[in-house]
Design a protein around this ligand. Structure first.
Ligand code: SDX
Length: 428
């Protein structure tokens, strides 16, 4: 019985076809399970459940492999640029020189946002977390581009929505930061490249002749590449399921920004730095904190460690750790928490608790150290993750829409009350 799985339920045998991916992954196709057997599957957190077939990103958690459209993350991080990787993820191939130039020019033409966005921004107190502001401003594009509410509009219309999303995300991100600082916002300087344009909007003060440090811009470009996509993670799955209802690209991605904000997902990079600072202030006793992370009653987790898919090193963590060393040296920054992070990693990786559970540093473990060296404030770390993940969210939304996938609607096993009659309040 080649390529079939058998299920025996209440004495009856059912067969289901097996699908095989490019790299040999196997999936049991159970699209008619309920109809055939009357039963559904139950898989909290979808740990064993494939939601789709995708040609965008391949992960091998055991071997620590990450590829975007077949290209290794190591090669892309070393040789490509963020906009080239964005083009690759969204359109499927590395661009020819003139195509990349047009893509970059089209994005440059749309970096400005409607002045009325400032009225929305002004409604947020300076105490607002930049992720909440970012999600709101990003979704507000539906107000200014109502034509984008139709995800099935023309290919040219979808391209324009994609270009606007990539062009305005850095502007929204920088404005969210300026709002938190109580500073006036900066407008995008279209003479600069993608990362330099963002950094100038983020850091320039009124009437200042601000010059972007190329070391900082290059480091940011590499970080955005490393965060650009990661197959069906929590926030990408959110973008897909919201998009499956035919919501617009802007509302789908705004939902993804909110999902990324959680401390177990993209919010971990902010939590890692707060954790490392707490350990430093506590005297830097890494053994003590490793023991706390192993104690279920402590409520403490080693943030930046562990991953749903990687049961080996997260390849991005290796690249970011090396980049952190390089950037701190180039900038002449000596960050004491880098040493604490390295010590934590060393102690954890020889501890049976972490070895048995295959808990390794993930992408968030070292990224905060670089962001801090680049002068990016902690509250903005997850905003940087969102900026990097944007092309992945776009690519996944586009693939789901082009494949005409059905609306996402999981089932459940009901464990509540059986039928009962209403009791008037005076008789309860
Ligand atoms: C990202 O999915 C993606 O691809 C995400 C991401 C992307 O690019 O989109 O890679 C980005 O989100 C990276 C992960 C960032 N989060 C953190 O660093 C937070 C700390 N890590 C975790 O909380 C945890 O490891 C998760 C959320 C990442 C994964 O959780 P799982 O797969 O649901 O695993 P689990 O929580 O069931 O843990 C399994 C065991 C448990 O112990 P036991 O019950 O078996 O005894 O491992 C333990 C957990 O207690 N464990 C940890 C731990 N992570 C898991 N113990 C201590 N410290 C940790 N960090």
């Amino acid at each position: 019985m080649a390529n079939k799985a058998q299920l025996i339920l209440e004495g009856k045998t059912y067969e289901f076809p097996i699908t095989e991916g490019t790299e040999g992954e196997k999936g049991i196709e159970i699209g008619d399970l309920l109809e055939k057997t009357g039963a559904v599957t139950l898989d909290f957190g979808y740990k064993n459940t494939g939601a789709t077939k995708s040609a965008i990103t391949f992960l091998d958690g055991d071997k620590g492999i990450l590829r975007y459209r077949g290209y290794s993350i190591e090669e892309l991080a070393a040789k490509s640029t963020f906009l080239e990787v964005a083009y690759l993820l969204i359109f499927g191939e590395l661009p020819m020189k003139d195509h990349l130039q047009k893509f970059s020019d089209d994005i440059r033409q749309h970096t400005m946002v409607h002045e009325d966005i400032k009225k929305i921004l002004d409604g947020f107190p300076s105490t607002s977390h930049p992720m909440g502001v970012l999600a709101s401003l990003f979704c507000a594009q539906t107000a200014f581009y109502p034509e984008a509410m139709d995800p099935n509009r023309s290919a040219e219309g979808v391209y324009l929505s994609i270009v606007r999303a990539l062009a305005k995300m850095p502007t929204f991100a920088a404005w969210a930061y300026k709002n938190a600082m109580g500073h006036p916002v900066n407008y995008p300087d279209n003479k600069l490249d993608y990362c330099s344009r963002f950094l100038k909007m983020l850091y320039a003060l009124p009437a200042e002749d601000y010059h972007v440090d190329p070391v900082v811009a290059d480091a940011l470009d590499k970080l955005l590449i490393l965060h650009a996509d990661h197959e069906q993670n929590c926030s990408t799955s959110t973008v897909r399921i919201v998009g499956s209802s035919k919501a617009s690209i802007y509302s789908s991605i705004s939902a993804g920004i909110n999902a990324l904000w959680g401390p177990l997902h993209g919010g971990a990079n902010q939590e890692v730095i707060l954790m490392l600072e707490e350990i430093r202030k506590d005297g830097g006793d890494t053994e003590k904190w490793i023991n706390k992370a192993k104690d279920k009653n402590s409520g403490f987790r080693l943030m930046g460690f562990g991953h749903r898919v990687y049961k080996n090193f997260d390849p991005r963590a290796k690249i970011i750790k090396k980049a952190a060393d390089d950037v701190l040296k180039k900038l002449g920054v000596n960050d004491p928490v880098l040493e604490i992070a390295s010590k934590l990693e060393e102690v954890a990786l020889r501890d049976s608790y972490f070895i048995e559970r295959k808990l390794y540093p993930n992408v968030d473990f070292y990224s905060g150290i670089i962001y801090r060296a680049l002068g990016i404030p902690v509250d903005m770390f997850t905003v940087m993750f969102a900026m990097g993940r944007l092309p992945g969210w776009i690519a996944q939304w586009k693939e789901m829409r082009e494949n005409k996938e059905p609306i996402g609607r999981p089932r459940q096993i009901y464990v509540g009350q059986k039928l009962r009659s209403y009791v008037p309040i005076e008789k309860r």
